[in-house]
Structures are given as C-alpha cells and as structure tokens.
Design a protein around this ligand. Structure first.
Ligand SMILES: C[S@@+](CC[C@H](N)C(=O)[O-])C[C@H]1O[C@@H](n2cnc3c(N)ncnc32)[C@H](O)[C@@H]1O
Length: 218
C-alpha cells in the first residue's frame, strides 16, 4: 500500500511543471477555487497564487476532491505583490481578460515560464492587474453569453498549455530540481513526520526505493 502510494507520488512529481502557474484575483466562490485547483493538479501545476484582500482564500468544497493537498498555494494581499513576485521568478504573465489588445489564448507559447491570471467572478481582472501583466488572452466566445465560468476558462487555457508541453516533451523530462523533488516527495509521503522535522528545523532524511525512511537518518 505504502509502496504503491509512494510510486504514485513519484510519478506525479516527475511530471510537475514548476514553470507553469496560475494567479487568481479575488475569486471568492469555494467551488470555483476548488475546481481550479483540481484542474491545476490534473495539468501538473505545482503551485497556485491567490490574491485576496484579507490574505485568505475561500474554503474548499467537495469539488476539489482533495487536490488542495497536491498543489501549493501562496497567498498575497495585493495584486502588485503577486505580480512582482512572479516577475522576479521570470514568469511571463498573461491575463485572461477581454480587452482590445487581447489575443487568442492558443497564440501564446506556454512552453516558456508562464503564469495565467484569472479574474473575479463578477468584475473580472482589475484595471491595475490588466496594466501590470505582459499581455491579455481570450477564449473566443461565439454564443449569446459574454464569458465562461472562471474555472472553465482556467481549464480551457491550462489544457492548451498541457497540449503544448506534451508536444515539447516537457512531461517526460523532470522539471523539478533533485532537491525540490526529494523535499516534496518526503512531505507528501510523510505529511505528519515532515511537519515535525520542519518544526524542529531538522534536515529531511532520504527515502528508500520503497518509500521507507532511511533509518540511519533518524
Ligand atoms: C465570469 S468571468 C468575469 C466576467 C466579467 N464580467 C468580465 O468582464 O471580465 C471571470 C474570469 O474568467 C475568465 N474568463 C471567462 N471567460 C473568458 C474568456 N472567454 N476568455 C478569457 N477569459 C475568460 C477571466 O479571467 C474572467 O476575469
């Protein structure tokens, strides 16, 4: 059982894409946030960035199916903090946003370090955010309604990113550094023990092939 789970975690981590991420601005409905996290997990996204003015995000609903355990969430209280943090990490940021300069979402190169910004359910991406990003993208709407649900828009764009990254073989060559891979492998395999290590500022032990902790490290 432990062995099977450990192997599953290893397989998932080998496909995680640290240079593809999502930033959401004031999305406040738990089912939308949950659905976005679930899609992030499915596409292989390692971390999600959330801006909410009170520094918190809504609670998760059943829609997430526990995926919040497998996607790291960083919160910010202002959109410029979030955008600056991503720019420092060399991400190009594209806002899913209706504007005169917006391009079709399929015309972006998602094999580069890219962050997708999605806006609030009611009012969309803020003016401030729209000015700070590198570009705007839209999913063509050919019906009577003007926009998609935010979690649906996230899925459409992220699966295009996945398509491009699959084509570029980015899921077959590990994108995480060995140090990050080992750190997350330990945290996901042993969530309770790793919390104790963290609390006591202890260096994580390495894991055996079957997922057991090397005893000489204890
Ligand atoms: C329900 S929409 C918000 C609609 C809002 N009235 C507006 O004008 O932006 C929530 C978010 O989903 C994303 N979205 C929805 N439909 C989209 C589309 N067709 N193209 C790009 N992004 C879309 C955008 O990020 C948007 O901010």
């Amino acid at each position: 059982m432990l062995y099977k789970r450990h192997n599953r975690i290893k397989e998932v981590l080998k496909k995680r894409q640290p240079h593809l991420t999502v930033l959401i601005e004031d999305v406040h409905k738990p089912h939308n946030l949950s659905a976005i996290i679930r899609t992030c997990d499915a596409v292989g996204i390692l971390d999600l960035h959330v801006v909410n003015q009170n520094g918190k995000y809504p609670t998760f609903s059943k829609v997430s199916q526990g995926s919040e355990k497998w996607v790291f969430i960083t919160t910010y209280i202002s959109i410029d903090d979030a955008i600056n943090a991503l720019k420092r990490r060399k991400f190009k940021i594209y806002a899913a946003h209706f504007s005169k300069t917006a391009i079709d979402y399929r015309n972006v190169n998602y094999t580069e370090p890219v962050a997708i910004l999605l806006g609030a359910e009611k009012w969309g991406v803020s003016k401030e955010a729209a000015q700070l990003v590198d570009g705007h993208i839209t999913i063509p709407m050919l019906g009577m309604v003007q926009s998609l649900n935010v979690s649906v828009a996230a899925a459409v764009i992220l699966f295009e990113a996945q398509r491009q990254r699959l084509e570029a073989k980015m899921y077959t060559k590990m994108q995480l550094s060995p140090t990050t891979y080992n750190k997350i492998l330990f945290e996901w395999s042993y969530p309770n023990i790793s919390k104790l290590y963290k609390k006591n500022s202890r260096k994580y032990p390495s894991l055996k092939e079957n997922g057991q902790i090397c005893e000489d490290n204890l």
